[in-house]
Design a protein around this ligand. Structure first.
Ligand code: GLU
Length: 512
């Protein structure tokens, strides 16, 4: 049933497809940069699509944050929800009719079927399989419903999902441009839900339909999507469409080589912006990930007088001229904050004094930020000269309280660190405004048996390095979610490390 025109082979079209589920992630910027470079090098188009069909994870402010953060590091898309384009709408929640039409095609041609199991029944199925040491997956029972049974269920108003009918036998092979052929046995591919009972498509259906309708020639995404690709290939087959090329980029990793995580690194682009990283340094750093930038030879280094580290400094223009997708190494690029800071320092030193001052004034010393800080302390100081005494913690990057300050009288160090670790997910899940934060902190305190006073004192100590400060919640709000959470994370890392070394090391930096 090939009804669509084949892809225009000459036109390169790539896309990123972030889901607005929270703060924009460094991984999105990394994959975005790779897509941008790929498109620009081939006179192609770079599309931004918002994949917002998962209602349970949707965060309203996230889309605008994605736009702002990606623009901040210098990525510009040719088509997208905010700039329009010929293949819109570019927001999946505005395309639900399109997905429903397409799923009807699959029902009609036998590639999909309706299933009526309730979430509880699916859970029982899953438990049974786990108990029998089988991989948990849908058992395909609804494949055998007769048309009359389906009709009866529909007439009875039973909620249903629509699933992909993965062929029982055989396997699916696709070519990954960086890895070569990859084969998945159908025995290991689940009958994926395509349309949920709420009428929204799953990622798999919407992603394939949109990549096709938006004429995407090359799908360049993170390697975590490799295991989804056989489902996508089957969908291309089911629709009778030609498939795009796939490039699965190596995942960013923490220093210990585990998949990058917010436990070990700040992963929000908002953090880097607010903590005063320069966008060009950030872009350069992300450009180093994956290893596609040719490194100068030993000889070139000697003859040009460059040192090896300087060879790592390049602009987007350099990348467009030299980045080579055939050189990408699959080893797993390490997101090394020390390296990023070094790089940022290099960029800062290349600024003129005027530019440097302007950079400070547009970020950590912006009028907006200083005005918010001023509002916190106007009622508390006696001379303007005391401004810094009370607000230093909001201007410093590294604040670490000593145990005398953060340790409550009746708590052990271990208990206190465990509770600080418990606070992290509670803070992450909270909206960053007064009442929500207040409720979140009280709730986690109650759950873990920490009094409100103890809870607030501990967080105050971590945030400010002191037992006294402007009001805690207001201070958290002014300092911002990304940086506040990073401060707790760094406190924990420092204290846990100290505990491990069992040494009496003093904090490297104490609060002002
Ligand atoms: N919505 C997916 C994400 O959040 C897109 C993955 C893809 O590029 O196919 O990353």
């Amino acid at each position: 049933m090939t009804t669509e025109a084949p892809l225009d082979e000459a036109q390169v079209r790539v896309r990123i497809a972030p889901s607005p589920t929270g703060d924009p992630h460094v991984g999105t910027a990394y994959i975005g940069l790779m897509n941008l470079v790929f498109a620009r090098q081939r006179a192609g188009k770079f599309v931004l699509r918002i994949e917002d069909t998962d209602q349970t994870r949707f965060v309203a402010a996230s889309e605008q944050m994605i736009f702002r953060s990606l623009r901040w590091i210098g990525l510009a898309w040719d088509e997208g929800p905010d700039v329009g384009g010929p293949y819109g709408p570019y927001r999946q929640s505005e395309r639900t009719e399109i997905y429903r039409r397409h799923v009807d095609l699959l029902l009609a041609n036998g590639w999909a079927y309706r299933a009526f199991e309730t979430p509880e029944e699916l859970e029982t199925m899953r438990r049974g399989q786990l108990a029998a040491k089988l991989p948990p997956r849908y058992n395909g029972a609804a494949r055998h419903l007769t048309p009359e049974q389906v009709e009866a269920n529909l007439a009875a108003g039973k909620p249903c999902t629509i699933r992909l009918k993965v062929p029982a036998e055989g396997s699916t092979t696709f070519r990954d441009e960086l890895r070569g052929d990859i084969t998945f046995d159908h025995a290991n591919v689940d009958d994926q839900v395509l349309l949920k009972s709420d009428g929204y498509p799953t990622y798999h259906l919407a992603n394939v339909v949109d990549d096709h309708l938006m004429r995407i020639s090359d799908v360049i995404r993170a390697e975590e999507w490799i295991s989804s690709t056989p489902k996508h290939i089957l969908l291309y087959q089911a629709f009778g469409w030609s498939r795009p090329r796939f490039w699965h980029m190596p995942l960013l990793r923490n220093l210990d080589k585990s998949k990058i995580s917010k436990r070990k690194n700040p992963v929000s682009l908002v953090y880097y912006q607010q903590a005063g990283f320069l966008p060009q340094a950030m872009l350069n750093f992300l450009g180093l990930m994956g290893g596609g930038m040719p490194q100068p030879t030993e000889q070139q280094i000697v003859s040009s007088g460059l040192n090896t580290k300087e060879a790592d400094i390049f602009s987007l223009t350099d990348m467009l001229a030299r980045y080579d997708f055939n050189r990408i190494s699959l080893g797993g690029p390490v997101f090394d904050l020390t390296k990023l800071k070094w790089l940022n320092g290099e960029y800062l030193r290349r600024l003129s004094p005027e530019q440097f001052f302007a950079a400070l004034r547009s970020t950590v010393l912006s009028d907006t930020y200083l005005a918010e800080i001023a509002a916190l302390i106007q009622t508390r100081i006696e001379t303007l000269g005391q401004f810094g005494d009370m607000t230093g913690f909001l201007l410093a990057d590294n604040v670490l309280p000593t145990p005398e300050i953060f340790l409550p009288k009746k708590r052990s160090l271990e208990d206190t660190l465990t509770f600080a670790a418990d606070m992290l997910p509670a803070l992450e899940a909270s909206a960053w405004e007064h009442d929500a934060l207040d409720a979140a902190l009280r709730a986690i305190g109650q759950e873990k048996n920490w009094s409100v006073k103890e809870t607030f004192m501990l967080l105050r100590a971590i945030l400010t390095g002191s037992t006294q400060s402007p009001p805690l919640l207001e201070s958290l709000i002014v300092f911002g979610k990304a940086r506040s959470i990073d401060r707790v994370r760094r406190f924990l890392a420092f204290e846990l490390d100290r505990l491990k070394r069992n040494a009496n090391a003093k904090p490297l930096v104490t609060s002002p």
